[in-house]
Design a protein around this ligand. Sequence first.
Ligand SMILES: NC(=O)c1ccc[n+]([C@@H]2O[C@H](COP(=O)([O-])OP(=O)(O)OC[C@H]3O[C@@H](n4cnc5c(N)ncnc54)[C@H](OP(=O)(O)O)[C@@H]3O)[C@@H](O)[C@H]2O)c1
Length: 263
Amino acid sequence: MTDEANQVTDPFDLTGRIALITGGGRGLGRQMTEAFASHGADVVIASRKLDVLETAAAEIGDATGRQVTPIQCHVGHWEQTTALVDEVYERFGRIDILVNNAGMSPVYERLSEVSEALWDKVFDVNLKGPFRLATLVAERMKSAGRGSIINLSSTASVKPGAAEIPYGAAKAGINNLSVGLAKTFGPEVRVNTLMPGPFRTDISDAWDWEMIEREMKRLPMRRVGEPNEIVGAALLLASDAGSYITGSTIKVDGGMSEVVGGG
Ligand SMILES: NC(=O)c1ccc[n+]([C@@H]2O[C@H](COP(=O)([O-])OP(=O)(O)OC[C@H]3O[C@@H](n4cnc5c(N)ncnc54)[C@H](OP(=O)(O)O)[C@@H]3O)[C@@H](O)[C@H]2O)c1
C-alpha cells in the first residue's frame, strides 16, 4: 500500500483538522499537541504564558510541518475564553477537536485554611473554563456536523486524597459535564473524559513523593506515568478511531483509581 493510501485509511489520521488544546505548551498538553500535529492536525495552543507557548509552537511546528498557533488565554476568565474561541474561528473557520487540558491543583496546609480565593481559582480554571469553552465550541461543532471534545479529569475526581479536596470536587464536575454535553450535543459532537492518574509533569512537583513511592508499590503498573503515555487515549478520542465513543471516561492511571485511590 502507498503512503497516500495508508493516510486515507488510517482511523487515527487528523489531516485537515483544527485542534484547540488549552495548556498545550507543556506537560500532558504539549504531548497531545505533538501527537495531534504528528497525525496531521493544525493545533492552537492556549494558556497564560505566551513565551512558553511560542517556544513550544515553534518547536512542534518545525518538527511536524504543521501549523501550531499560540494564543494567550487565562481559562478561568469567562471573557478571555470567549475571545479565544472567537479568535480561533476568525483565523481557522472551525474547530474539530477541543481538549480542555489546562488545570491546576494548588497546595494548602489545612483544609480549614483553604481560602475563598483558592477555592474559586480551582473551580474557575478546572471547571468553569472547560464548561465555557466546551459550550461555545460544541454549538458551532454541531452546526458544522462534526466535533470531538476531550475534558481532562483526574483520579482525584473519584478517589480524592486530603491534599486535593477542592481539585477533586472540580474534576468530579468535569466527569459530570462530559456526560451532560455528550447527551446535549450528540450525535454530531462526541464529548469524553480523559482521566489521568499520576503523571510526571510540573503538576507533580508539589506531590509528597515519599507517599507516592509507597502508593506506587500497590499500583498494578508499579510506577507513575510518563507524559507521552497520555497520547494513545487522546488520539483515540480525538480521531475517527473513536467514532462510537461518547460520554465515556477513559482512565489512563496505571490502575490507580481501581486499586489504590487518589493521593
Ligand atoms: N500530571 C498528573 O499527574 C495529572 C493527574 C491527573 C490529572 N491531571 C490533569 O491533566 C491536565 C494536565 O496536567 P499536567 O500534569 O500537564 O499539568 P502541568 O504540567 O502543570 O501543566 C498545566 C498546564 O495548564 C496551563 N494552565 C494552568 N493554569 C491555567 C490558566 N489559568 N489558564 C490557562 N492555562 C492554564 C499551564 O500553562 P500556563 O502556565 O502557561 O498557563 C500548563 O500548560 C490538568 O487538567 C491536570 O489537572 C494531571
